[in-house]
Design a protein around this ligand. Sequence first.
Ligand code: FES
Length: 322
Amino acid sequence: MTVSDWREVTVTRLGWEADGVVSLVFTPTDGAPLPEWGAGAHIDVRLPSGTVRQYSLCGEPGGPAYTIAVLREADGRGGSAEIHDTALIGRTLSIRGPRNHFPLESAAHHVLVAGGIGITPVLAMAREATARGDSWELHYGGRAVTTMAFVDQARALAESAGAPFRLKAGEQLDLPALVRDVPEGGAIHACGPPGMLAALREEIKRSRPSLPLYIEQFTSAGTGSEEPAVPTDGEAFEVELFRSGETVTVEPGTSILEAVRTLRPDVLSSCEEGFCGTCETKVLGGTPVHADSILSQKERAENTSMMICVGGCASQRLVLDL
Ligand code: FES
């Protein structure tokens, strides 16, 4: 069993963490241990409707179960509403992973920034930093304290670790001060809504362009991404599906995912905006153009995999492990 395989879990606990935020505990249905995970990891969850969504793991790494926390998003695409509105306790669901595109990178000091439900991976990072004996501080912003999950846990953890904890409810985080005060050798890890992350990027670009920033975004809308969502507006190119030997042409303005689905309608996707990792596919030949917000610069340069929902191709032909 690998992290790419789906496995069944039972929803053994539901809890309210804040207004509009529910936590779910997944216990392996077959009793076999779940793969280990580190802060920043997420899992794919297949809901009863068949919808697949990604959720960051929270709770304690190394435990016998996985915990996620889900915000009801009024204008979301249905995944969060299904979780909130379906009686899931005792139900069996399929999960896959964990995968981690947002690990806690080494730094002399960690500045952890969470906006809203972005606290889920960030709190796990605070725990991991504490376990490593690293120096850290946490900035947590939200609309109102009643809508902010895990405030008490975050505060208690910060107190026990002697780490500064700044809570901003109903007002913006002071990003200029936050960026200015990062000590030399420090790094920022941030997760939150697109507007907050875009503002943070801008502030760093403006005042401290060499400051390391690692982010995880829940949606790419309005993030100020400098890359096109579907960089296939130029010439058509061919995609070979290595395992079946079939070839499909990707026309300008079409994503590789859409083209591949004409032959393989079962290819998985979720966000279709390059931020969840569900459609990550191994590249066996050709030169991909990356447009996701997941792969690091190093991974992009290696060209061994790509997110086919947003990526394109700089060569005539791309060979994918499909
Ligand atoms: S479907 Fe989410 S990255 Fe492609």
